[in-house]
Design a protein around this ligand. Structure first.
Ligand SMILES: [Zn+2]
Length: 481
């Protein structure tokens, strides 16, 4: 009772009304409280939100390249994980005009990046609800923290549409969401564009229709997906669909302007399509059956203020490339479908579980295609950094926000995986990678879970090894073989 009074005093009247509503179950009187404004990420305290679990997003919007405006409504189906008096969604920059919960207009305030929604009645724990947010504006490309990502990212306006790559925190620049990888959900994208353009997103194309001078594309990703892996790219595309030799449905979209960009790959469609098929099948054989029901690529000539955007991203089922890339990059982004997408980080400090694994896979690819052996790659990385090189100051298992994409997390972590492989043996290491994937497919993972599994699978005490190689700064002596 004192607690409710205190809530009243700070102005949470709805919480109080909810708290004296009839009890949801016999014998217990629900105490409705606000969900947290962040999900508890050490690097991004406001990313994600507490109090509910998003299950499905229906992201429905129109976009016009002439005005760069996006207008739409996103419907989030969620389950309350506490008796919820109010909750937040993450939404940056765009203007909200209306919010409903289960179809009823609802009070909201937008303290960017937090959209605070106060339902008329408290939402009992475990109840399902649908929150619909109508919003619009010109999505802004994120350039605020170049140290984190190195190049502009998020919603990039191209001359004929949009290129959208959101890691780690830009999904909320184009749709309201529980924007954190620990809350995965299924997605439907319904995107309306001028009829001479088309849309490629994650998953499978469900429908496509033209009405007047507009075209609407509906894409469905039914498997759990982290928000930063969502994409819906707009432009003029060449499309190719089929199946990989291993039988996985594949759809590739390539910007016709990429033709002739790279003399090594004069036919970008053939290049992206064939490399994607080969890498998807190879990783399915190496790491375990593919988790999703389509693969592919989105290759778009994307620039920001006239300068090329230097990145590729493992957007789920269909990695995103801002130009023609080499085969190694394609192999890297597809390996992320296993390590990053099917298995996602619980919090961003575990980022090496994505990047070191994808880099290790990239080395496997190189070795298989006549490049350096993985053993030599690992030793080359070790040798390239002297004991006084600050490169060793980044702690792989907790690289810190502004260095979360540091090379130590990529090559440095791949080197550690190779040293681990040499310590526990090829067969045990392969069992470890496959078991890791099989046990956590569609879920979230942490470093302690990986090190515990490594010890279990290898029957070795690896504590000192991991302490030295994952949790320490400084250049260690090479491990004894
Ligand atoms: Zn990567």
């Amino acid at each position: 009772m004192r607690r409710t009074r205190r809530l009243l005093a700070v102005g949470a009247t709805i919480a109080c009304v909810a708290a004296i509503a009839p009890a949801a179950s016999a014998g217990s009187r629900p105490h409705f409280t606000p969900g947290a404004s962040g999900i508890g990420d050490p690097y991004f305290p406001l990313e994600g939100n507490g109090g509910y679990d998003a299950q499905h997003y229906d992201v429905d919007f129109s976009y016009d390249p002439a005005t760069k405006r996006l207008d739409g409504t996103t419907y989030v189906t969620a389950r309350a994980t506490q008796d919820l008096s109010r909750f937040d969604l993450d939404l940056q920059q765009l203007d909200v005009s209306r919010v409903t919960v289960d179809g009823r207009d609802t009070k909201f305030t937008h303290n960017d990046p937090e959209l605070v929604v106060t339902p008329r009645k408290g939402l009992p724990r475990n109840s399902r609800f649908v929150v619909a947010v109508t919003y619009g504006g010109v999505p802004q490309t994120v350039i605020g923290s170049p140290v984190v990502f190195g190049s502009p990212y998020g919603f990039v306006h191209t001359d004929d549409g949009a290129f959208i790559g959101d890691e780690p925190n830009a999904a909320s620049t184009w749709f309201p969401s529980n924007d954190h990888p620990s809350d995965k959900a299924a997605f439907t994208f319904r995107v309306t564009v001028p009829k001479d353009l088309s849309v490629i997103a994650n998953g499978r194309l469900a429908s496509q229709r033209t009405q007047g001078d507009k075209a609407t594309f509906v894409w469905d990703e039914k498997f759990p997906m982290a928000t930063y892996l969502a994409t819906a790219d707009i432009g003029t595309w060449d499309f190719k669909s089929g199946r990989t030799p291993g039988g996985i449905p594949e759809t590739v979209a390539v910007d016709p302007k990429l033709k002739g960009r790279d003399p090594n790959h004069p036919d970008p469609m053939a290049f992206f399509y064939d490399t994607t098929a080969e890498a998807t099948d190879l990783w399915a054989k190496t790491f375990g059956p593919y988790a999703f029901d389509s693969t592919g690529a989105i290759a778009d000539l994307a620039t920001y203020q006239g300068r090329p955007i230097g990145f590729s991203l493992e957007t789920q089922t269909r990695p995103l490339y801002s130009d023609v890339r080499n085969t190694t990059t394609i192999a890297h982004e597809l390996a992320h479908q296993w390590y990053g997408d099917a298995l996602s980080v619980r919090t961003w400090d575990n980022i090496w579980l994505n990047e070191s694994f994808a880099t290790y896979a990239q080395w496997l690819w190189d070795e298989k295609h006549g490049g350096m052996t993985i053993h030599d790659e690992a030793h080359a990385v070790y040798g390239a950094h002297s004991g006084t090189d600050p490169w060793w100051n980044v702690v792989i298992a907790d690289p810190k926000r502004d260095t979360m994409f540091h090379n130590r997390v990529y090559s440095g972590g791949a080197m550690v995986l190779q040293f681990l492989r040499e310590k526990i043996g090829d067969e045990t290491f392969s069992t470890l990678l496959r078991t890791w994937y099989a046990q956590h497919k569609y879920g979230n993972v942490t470093t302690p879970e990986f090190t515990a599994l490594a010890k279990k699978v290898s029957h070795q005490d690896l504590d000192a090894f991991f302490r030295t190689w994952l949790y320490s700064t400084g250049k260690p002596a090479l491990p004894q073989a």
